[in-house]
Design a protein around this ligand. Structure first.
Ligand code: BEZ
Ligand code: FE
Length: 297
């Protein structure tokens, strides 16, 4: 039977199916969609040929992808997690990051930026539970030439001291725990109180966890705090700050560590500073600047 998809008039064979599948895209109106699908078909076919994929393996892969989709909910994105553990999220992030020298490097958004962070005053605590190690995070938001950016916005989120985000523990953690939206002052300064984050495992109770188990990989991410920093006239940056010395810095389950993002959370024994910041003494203090790239630079 001849259809619009037929290029040769012959039945597709292992030798011709790739070119036939690619040719079937000839009427695709959107040229970028055609380019992407052509690349996808060519790479998938090359993969199947190179590995001599068996029928049973193909069925298993379809079952795995089906289970991955069935695990997704309004508050869980198992496909993003799959992309993360395969290193694809970080690759796409890196391909698209046009970080100019001197600006803060970006890294993956991750799946837990799913609720709006509550606006908080500078100096406020994002740790609504208060059972972790006290910590102050402070610094400035600067333009690349060192000019402070007053009014810059800082969206912050982190797991608690036990390694869970508020959205993973509804009814256990208060909503908004570990989250805050801060506005930098007239000198671009920001400051907030929190607890020192701990390393945590990405969710392992779904297909992605099974994949990690089957490949002998651990599911841990090194301790970190997420930031999205934005300011007028500048490109926003989505990034993390990693805790220097944390476990798993060299084996992040999602490959998102960049050297420049690792910061000291310095042990600080200074009763008068602790009083000024409103934290118990001693405390840990992370100090760093976030540097944004002006638009059109
Ligand atoms: C996170 O840091 O929140 C995260 C990133 C990728 C996968 C899972 C969690
Ligand atoms: Fe995280």
């Amino acid at each position: 039977m001849t259809t619009d998809n037929t290029v040769t008039g012959d039945t597709a064979t292992g030798d011709t199916v790739t070119e036939e599948a690619v040719a079937s895209l000839r009427s695709t109106a959107d040229p970028r969609l055609r380019e992407l699908l052509t690349g996808l078909i060519r790479h998938l076919h090359a993969f199947a040929r190179e590995t001599r994929l068996t029928q049973a393996e193909w069925e298993r892969a379809i079952g795995f992808l089906t289970a991955t989709g069935q695990t997704c909910t309004d508050t869980r994105q198992e496909f993003v997690l799959l992309s993360d553990v395969l290193g694809l999220s970080m690759l796409v992030e890196t391909i698209n990051a046009d970080t100019v020298a001197g600006a803060t490097e970006s890294t993956v958004l991750g799946p837990f930026h799913m609720t709006e962070s509550p606006a908080r005053e500078l100096g406020a605590s994002i740790d609504l539970v208060g059972d972790g190690e006290p910590c102050v995070v402070s610094g400035r938001v600067l333009s690349r030439d060192g000019t402070p950016l007053p009014g810059a916005l800082l969206d912050v989120w982190q797991a608690d001291g036990h390694g869970f985000y508020d959205v993973q523990q509804p009814g256990i953690q208060p909503a908004g725990n570990g989250r805050g939206l801060f506005t930098a002052d007239e000198e671009g300064r920001f400051r907030f109180r929190t607890c020192v984050p701990s390393p945590y495992p990405i969710p392992t109770d779904g297909p992605v966890g099974a994949l990690l188990g089957a490949t002998g990989r651990h599911p841990y991410r090194p301790a970190h705090i997420h930031f999205i920093a934005s300011a007028e006239g500048h490109a926003p940056v989505t990034t993390h700050i990693f805790v220097a010395g944390s476990d798993h810095l060299d084996s992040d389950a999602v490959f998102a560590v960049k050297e420049s993002l690792v910061q000291d959370f310095t042990e600080t024994d200074d009763p008068s500073l602790a009083r000024e910041f409103g934290v118990p003494n001693p405390f840990r203090h992370a100090r760093f600047d976030l540097v944004l790239t002006p638009d059109r630079s």
